[in-house]
Write a protein that binds this ligand. Structure first.
Ligand code: PLP
Length: 380
């Protein structure tokens, strides 16, 4: 079988030690063994989110935790502002619709990140808004929002800030407590280099006050039930034991490397990729590019579907296409988790070869040279 390298912004590649840990014999979860493991996981999640708040582990994909936070924090009588700048941002407006949560959606151009000024203008225009929902790293457009600046505005207003950090947490700088974020969410299959199936929500005190003040129709993704179980490091329902095992190995590793070095290594991969894109005469899609994933515009005359197909079948690199209105117009390369400079040089080489194969006038090695210059500079 051909070697496959996953460059999709979720799922991402899983390290061997994590795979081995998850392959160990099943153990029962109503045991001291599980509680010990969950306790360690909780401590390491607090480090990951940079918070002293409650870190809940859900069985489900990232959406489950995000839905739990929106539903829990927006009981009747409250109103949310959802910033829409991509596919995932749109999903959070859909959650509001589904649960009949009073909300207003503010659309900003795809490729741009949300800024503090967007939020303060929207808050000024509607005094009823007391909850703001933003995506830190909008994976569909590969753009970053100024969550730190937005948090200042929401604090001043006394509004809650709920952040989708699904491709931010463990990839780009974030400090939940010192920035003043009320709920922060991520999923296992992005920067945490695990298979899909776990979602994590960090919940601060101000969010808990709101959650405790109301009642919403929710059972499985009930934050209160997860908090109650966490008191004894249990789970309300059968947890994904093997994934939790794997998560502990990953988080121990991240702690050992230090979050700052994880963030700066991710930045280097992103910078190298963007340099290669420019050197190949192509364009980065986002005006506010994020470092966890890069979206590259498909040049005129290039068949996007054929490009991705060749990159996978001939060269073993699985990359992502565009979603929604960006389908056919971009390809996306992940920089999250278990990926290094040489994997990244590989995907750039595969891109060059594939473009050349489609008759594009690229010079083989132009992208690689530009990327290597970034790696050389980062190495000092
Ligand atoms: C992947 C992703 C999601 C969705 O997560 P699922 O795990 O598919 O539920 C939400 N938001 C962002 C920013 C993502 O990248």
């Amino acid at each position: 079988m051909k070697k496959l390298r996953l460059f999709t912004p979720g799922p991402t590649m899983v390290p061997e030690d994590v795979l081995l840990e998850m392959a160990r014999p099943m153990e029962h979860h109503r045991t001291g063994w599980y509680r010990e493991m969950h306790k360690e996981l909780h401590e390491n999640l607090q480090y990951l989110f940079q918070t002293t708040g409650t870190c809940l582990t859900f069985t489900g994909s990232g959406t489950s935790a995000m839905e739990a936070c929106i539903v829990g924090c927006c009981p009747p009588g409250h109103k949310a502002l959802v910033i829409e700048n991509g596919k995932f941002a749109e999903r959070w407006a859909k959650v509001c619709e589904t649960f009949s949560i009073d909300h207003t959606a503010l659309s900003i151009p795809w490729g741009r990140g949300a800024k503090a000024s967007d939020i303060s203008a929207a808050l000024k225009a509607d005094p009823k808004i007391d909850t703001v929902v933003v995506v830190h790293s909008e994976t569909s457009t590969a753009s970053v929002s100024d969550v730190e600046g937005i948090a200042k505005v929401t604090r001043e207003r006394g509004a809650l800030l709920l952040v989708d950090g699904i491709t931010a947490v463990g990839a780009i700088p974030l400090r939940m407590d010192s920035w003043g974020i009320d709920t922060y969410v991520t999923g296992s299959q992005k920067a945490l280099m695990l298979p899909p199936g776990l979602a994590f929500a960090a919940v601060g005190d101000r969010a808990w006050e709101r959650i405790d003040s109301g009642k919403m129709p929710v059972l499985y993704n009930d934050l209160k039930a997860y908090r109650k179980s966490l008191e004894t490091f249990d789970a309300p329902y059968t947890p994904a034991v093997s994934l939790v095992r794997g998560a502990n190995v990953v988080l121990r590793g991240i702690k050992e490397r230090g979050l700052e070095s994880v963030w700066s290594e991710t930045t280097t991969l992103a910078r190298a990729t963007r340099a290669a894109v420019v050197a190949l005469g192509m364009k980065v899609f986002a005006t506010d590019p994020v470092d966890s994933v890069t979206a590259i515009c498909i040049p005129e005359g290039v068949d996007e579907a054929a490009l991705r197909k060749t990159m996978r079948s001939r060269y073993g690199f699985q990359v992502a296409g565009g979603q929604g209105e960006l389908k056919g117009n971009i390809i996306r390369f992940s920089h999250m988790g278990y990926v290094d400079a040489f994997d990244t040089l590989g995907v750039i080489a595969a891109l060059e070869l594939t473009l050349k194969g489609q008759g594009q006038s690229v010079t083989l090695g132009d992208g690689l040279t530009a990327a290597q210059a970034v790696f050389a500079e980062a190495a000092g």
